[in-house]
Design a protein around this ligand. Structure first.
Ligand code: AKG
Length: 240
């Protein structure tokens, strides 16, 4: 459990960034808005309750470049758990501040490892609830045991206003799907092969979360289409 005020401070840093760079109109003109070394991705599905710029945002990538999120990337409470899973040499991989505003579609079934063209697997995902996450407002659902399966085919999602990068697995049995209900400050750690999705936000308020990924120290991207939101840096090294 992380103090909810820390999640609120991370969210406030993200909102300050967004207010500085998002245009007042025609927000869907660009897939991403760069600023401060980060990338803001607008939500494609309109939010009927939008009043502020951040009400139109899906995600801020590379949010660990802001103050509070940057400190949290090295938080001992997080690293001690990740170390138990991956060992004592750890690199940070990427970060996302997810807004999931009212009306937003959930992210469909996927495995994070699909998005990580790396020479070492698996990675560990860390999902911090900034707001409460409920079935109504778009909590995660996971498929227990699915981290033992290989990477499945990921297909383009069928919603007309699906967010950029949302791909879905269709060739798996999701009948054992389990929702993960969380309070602000709760943290979920998960294997990058674990199939998961998030529910649609059918509530009138935001469901905010921070997502980090960690990997074994020295992991590198492979292939000719490197992921632009990857930012490897060491967060822990074993004493030699
Ligand atoms: O929080 C969400 O809405 C989706 C997060 C997720 O599935 C991910 O980051 O891989």
């Amino acid at each position: 459990m992380i103090e909810p005020a820390l999640g609120d401070a991370i969210l406030a840093d993200g909102i300050a960034l967004i207010r500085g760079i998002l245009p007042a109109e025609n927000i869907l003109a660009q897939q991403f808005y760069p600023g401060g070394g980060m990338l803001v991705q607008p939500e494609k599905k309109p939010n009927p309750y939008a009043r502020t710029p951040e009400d139109h945002v899906s995600k801020v990538f590379l949010i660990h470049r802001t103050e509070h999120a940057g400190n949290f990337a090295r938080d001992e409470r997080i690293l001690s758990v990740v170390e138990d899973l991956l060992g004592r040499d750890l690199d940070f991989v990427q970060s996302q501040l997810i807004f999931k505003n009212s009306g937003a579609w959930g992210q469909p079934w996927h495995q994070d490892a699909y998005y990580f063209p790396f020479d070492h697997r698996p990675q560990v995902g860390v999902w911090l609830a900034i707001s409460e996450a409920t079935l109504q407002n778009g909590c995660l659902s996971v498929l227990p045991g699915s981290h033992k399966q290989p990477i499945h085919e990921h297909l383009r999602e069928s919603h007309p206003d699906s967010n950029y990068g949302y791909l879905e697995i269709r060739d798996a049995d999701f009948s054992a799907a389990t929702p993960v209900l969380m309070k602000p400050g709760d943290v979920l750690f998960f294997h990058s092969f674990l199939m998961h999705r998030s529910e649609d936000n059918r509530s009138r308020s935001r469901r905010a979360a921070l997502v980090y990924h960690y990997t074994v120290g020295g992991t590198k991207q492979v292939g000719d289409r490197p992921n632009p939101v990857i930012d490897f840096f060491p967060v822990r090294r074993a004493a030699h």
